[in-house]
Design a protein around this ligand. Structure first.
Ligand code: ADP
Ligand code: MG
Length: 560
């Protein structure tokens, strides 16, 4: 029995019902679990891993032998651990093999037609030659007429062609596994049924996906010519959203015990504050705010379907040299998927998203900015007031409804940006002028300002007592760095945050806390509204209070 027959038998015995269902529902493909093939015939399963191109061809033919009205594509999922490879570890030995990688979509092209097969006619004898096209840049021509009596070389005429749809995406390793290293990157080709609107959404920038496909090499182009250097791409066979659990940090029962102990410690808030940037002296209020931000509130979906964010946004403005950048930087290293960028210097896609022309991927490409790439995490944005206009506009949407919409050239998309923002900014004139209203000295529009849950202003004024303490704190940190050990080390803190987020998904507001928040809000509004120096207090600030309270409950691992 040859492979094709075996595969037909396999499909008949294990996937007949699905094939019939797919055909009757007009589905483009069926998905086969690798484990089923392995059980049916381990030799074929091995060959599928080693020579996927051939076996997939046989599969294509094998489906045609099944008696169903339409022929779906065959997709494979769940390939063994041995062939799941980190993007950065892909090597030439993997070329041609079936592999699976996980990553975050950084950019994606439009969907465009590409040649699948070209039919040539020999002008001498009229023979028609069918030439399947590879996924490179140039049309492949027949070298010699296939008619043995003719053997003409070249000069063939294109008489027909078959097209399919393609989309190219760039996949990068998710931040949580790279920890500060530059993430590995690879280009992935999605074709045919993987370009339908459903799959287009799934593979838009900002999404985390798992790709199963064949690793291929294509020649790198140097000055337009093919060179001996190769680039690797993955021709996708199947794509699925990656399960969330994988990105979450592993927490052992021992960790869990430690976390629960911390959560019930009456001094926990103090301990946490002491664990944020211990080398930076003072700023306990800011550090407390950051602690609450790291744990975050709970997103709420209202009966009308609108969603209130759970992420807490913080703005720190201040005179130069007060330690803003240092804090921002350190905090971004605590959280998994944390990122530090400067509003001024973000290259490429900027903070939010852009659409640009891309030679390599071809045509218009949608590229995710830092905020989208940090989706489900947090981002520190230094020099927040210096970001470009487009980002400034997109930031309004990002910081309230946590999406980024973009419509440029032929691309229209809404990308996810569920990201907590910790922003730093300098005063307009370099440092704060004590005789002018503060708001006037911060170059951030009011509309954006109101989206921050907490705003801090730091002034660098000489103060003998504080200056002395600060200076000795700094010398202590230089002389005895071990005395600066945080009460909770970063590793455990990370696990604590992850555990709290994972286990506390609902928090109920008690009547006492509701009253307290209400009184506080009404008081604050009456105290500050109407004064010309004041920052307006709106319902947004009330929502902020709720978020902060929720974060505080999460720290105690409490549902109240
Ligand atoms: P900013 O971004 O506010 O202009 P930086 O974060 O660049 O300031 O801080 C300038 C330097 O001063 C850094 O080396 C930082 O470590 C130090 N520094 C500032 N404030 C403090 C502080 N409170 N405790 C310890 N070091 C500080
Ligand atoms: Mg700075």
């Amino acid at each position: 029995m040859d492979i094709e027959e075996k595969l037909s038998n396999f499909l008949h015995s294990k996937y007949y019902n699905e094939l019939v269902k797919a055909a009757s529902q007009g589905k483009d493909f069926i998905v086969i679990d690798f484990a089923d093939i392995d059980m049916f015939d381990p030799v074929i399963a091995d060959q599928l891993l080693e020579h996927p191109k051939d076996i997939m061809k046989h599969f294509e033919e094998a489906v045609k032998n099944i008696d169903i009205p339409s022929i779906p594509e065959i997709k494979i999922r769940n390939i063994p651990e041995s062939n799941r490879i980190r993007i950065r570890n892909l090597r030439s030995k993997n070329i041609g093999k079936l592999i699976s990688v996980e990553g975050l979509v950084k950019s994606a092209s439009e969907v465009k037609p590409q040649l699948e097969t070209v039919y040539f006619k020999c002008p001498d004898c009229g023979t028609i030659m069918e030439i399947p096209q590879e996924s490179t840049n140039f049309i492949k021509y027949p070298k010699i007429c296939t008619n043995p009596a003719c053997r003409r070389r070249g000069g063939f005429e294109i008489v027909d062609k078959k097209l399919f749809d393609v989309r190219w995406i760039r996949l990068i390793e998710p931040f949580e596994i790279t920890e500060g290293e530059k993430p590995g990157e690879i280009t992935v080709m999605l074709k045919k049924s993987l370009t339908t609107p459903k799959y287009q959404r799934m593979t838009d920038p900002g999404n985390k996906i798992k790709v199963i496909g064949i690793l291929k090499e294509i020649p790198k182009r140097v000055n337009g010519k093919k060179s001996v250097k190769m680039d690797m791409i993955i021709e996708a066979i199947y794509v699925e959203p990656s399960e969330k659990d994988i990105e979450e940090i592993e927490i052992t029962p021992e960790d869990e015990k430690k976390i629960k102990e911390l959560a019930s410690d009456p001094n926990i808030y103090k301990k946490l504050v002491g664990s944020i940037a211990p080398a930076i002296y003072g700023f306990d209020e800011i550090k407390e705010a950051i602690v609450l931000q790291l744990f975050g509130g709970i997103p709420h979906v209202l009966p009308d379907g609108s969603r209130i964010r759970g992420n807490i946004h913080i703005l720190i403005t201040g005179d130069p040299g007060v330690g803003k950048s240092v804090i921002l930087n350190l905090v971004s290293k605590i959280v998994p998927r944390g990122k530090y960028v400067s509003g001024k210097g973000v290259s490429g896609a900027g903070l939010t998203a852009t659409v640009r022309k891309d030679e390599e991927l071809g045509g218009w490409v949608l590229e995710a900015g830092a905020l989208v790439l940090a989706n489900n995490g947090m981002i520190s944005i230094d020099e927040f007031d210096k970001m470009n206009k487009d980002d400034m506009i997109a930031m309004h949407e990002a910081m309230s409804i946590e999406t980024i919409s973009i419509a440029k050239a032929s691309i229209v998309a809404t990308l996810p940006a569920r990201t907590a923002v910790l922003a730093g900014a300098n005063p307009k004139y370099g440092r704060f002028d004590p005789f002018r209203p503060i708001l006037e000295q911060i170059q951030i529009p009011d509309t954006l300002m109101s989206r921050f849950d907490l705003k801090f202003v730091l002034r660098d004024r000489p103060d003998r007592e504080r200056d002395e303490k600060l200076a000795s704190h700094i010398s202590l940190s230089r002389l005895n760095p071990e005395k600066m050990e945080p009460p909770i080390d970063t590793n455990l803190l990370r696990k604590y945050i992850s555990y709290a987020k994972r286990t506390i998904k609902n928090i109920e507001m008690t009547p006492e806390s509701a009253n307290m928040l209400k009184d506080f809000y009404v008081d604050m509004r009456n105290k500050y509204t109407g004064q010309d120096q004041a920052v307006p207090i709106t319902l947004r600030q009330y929502e902020a209070l709720i978020r902060l309270s929720e974060a505080s409950a999460k720290i105690r691992l409490s549902k109240k």
